[in-house]
Design a protein around this ligand. Structure first.
Ligand code: ASP
Length: 345
């Protein structure tokens, strides 16, 4: 069923899951980049035939620009890995950079007790381009997924020399090769002449069996604050039909307007059963509820502090917990405030 490129029973085995993204794109008649089939990757990276691990590959039914990624596709990617889990030593997911941090975050919450590496990578230039960053990214991601000396039992992103924890990563640049950053947690490895791992930063190897969670509740929203935000806008977001949870993107260390109408709107939503989480707009640093008077009211009415979580991880975590515990909002709130997969300090 999988396209076998190199096979040798004595070697470690890695499965590539190809989802699309710039890495495999070609230009259409108008010059725009659009997704293309996987086969060309092996022609574009002939070095892969010489590596000392076996590689198989599988392509999602639909190859997409990652702007079209959905939770349903998160489940498809996770299911492929789950079914192949015992057969392979590691997994590489080729994914568009635009929503890679969301998918990597989502998979980190889906895989409990993960004991093998799942390494996401992609590129800023298609593999077919002369100066493509894709070749180096794929080769390093494969080396990490196949490594015997250091096994990273995490969902990660490898990009431009660095291995990051997936649920700590954010796309920060639309043009440079170093498109990702992890501001609140150091990188897990750096690729130079060799790949040097910072083992003490990697999550411990689990002792229990893998569990894969596949239910997501997408009835969530992000409410980004800005000076001048109006009652109607806040009301429209919080009043969205069936909304179950909202991430409020606040200022600095988790501050928001203290105006009575704003706090009342949040309080009313919480009383109706909505989950409200406070995540800072800052790229680095954490929400510290009650550090300023401007977050005391939110703490009083039951807004949950998101600590130093990224917005991508907060959304994926909220969807995953709401999907997993649809009838236990108190449990969802409790888990949102705790680090489940190293996503919060
Ligand atoms: N639009 C592309 C995607 O996310 C960008 C990329 O892959 O870098 O699929």
């Amino acid at each position: 069923m999988y396209n076998s490129v190199v096979d040798d029973m004595r070697k470690n085995k890695v499965l590539i899951v190809y989802t699309g993204g710039t890495i495999g794109m070609v230009q259409d008649e108008s010059g725009s980049l659009k997704p293309f089939a996987l086969d060309s990757i092996y022609d574009a990276v002939p070095q892969l035939r010489a590596c000392d691990y076996a590689i198989d590959s599988v392509t999602l039914d639909e190859i997409i620009d990652s702007s079209n990624m959905t939770p349903k596709m998160w489940v498809s990617i996770a299911s492929i890995i789950e079914h192949a889990y015992d057969e392979y030593d590691g997994f590489v997911v080729l994914h568009g950079t635009d929503t890679m941090a969301y998918t990597a975050s989502a998979l980190s919450f889906m895989f409990k007790n993960l004991a093998k590496p799942i390494v996401f990578t992609g590129s800023q230039l298609p593999l077919s381009a002369l100066r493509s960053d894709g070749r180096e990214n794929i080769i390093c991601a494969l080396e990490i997924a196949a490594a015997r000396q250091v096994v990273v039992p995490e969902v990660c992103i490898f990009f431009e020399n660095r291995l990051y924890r997936g649920n700590r990563s954010t796309k920060v640049n639309a043009e440079n090769f170093d498109a990702f950053a992890s501001y609140n947690y150091p990188s897990l490895a750096k690729a130079g002449i060799g790949i040097s791992f910072k083992e003490r930063l990697v999550l411990p190897m689990p002792t229990e069996a893998l569990q894969v969670r596949k239910k997501f509740d997408t009835r969530v929203a992000v409410l980004k604050l800005f000076p001048g935000i109006g009652k109607e806008v806040v009301g429209a977001v919080l009043g969205a039909k069936d909304l179950q949870g909202v991430v409020v993107e606040t200022y600095g260390s988790g501050n928001a307007p203290t105006e009575a109408w704003f706090i009342a709107a949040l309080e009313e939503a919480i009383k109706k059963g909505m989950i409200v989480m406070n995540v800072t707009q800052c790229k680095a640093g954490a929400v510290k509820m009650r550090q300023y008077a401007a977050s005391c009211d939110m703490d009083r009415i039951g807004v949950i502090g998101g600590g130093d979580i990224t917005i991508e991880a907060a959304i994926a975590k909220m969807m995953c917990l709401l999907g997993e515990y649809p009838d236990d909002k108190e449990h969802v709130k409790l888990r949102l405030g705790q680090s489940l997969r190293g996503e919060m300090s």
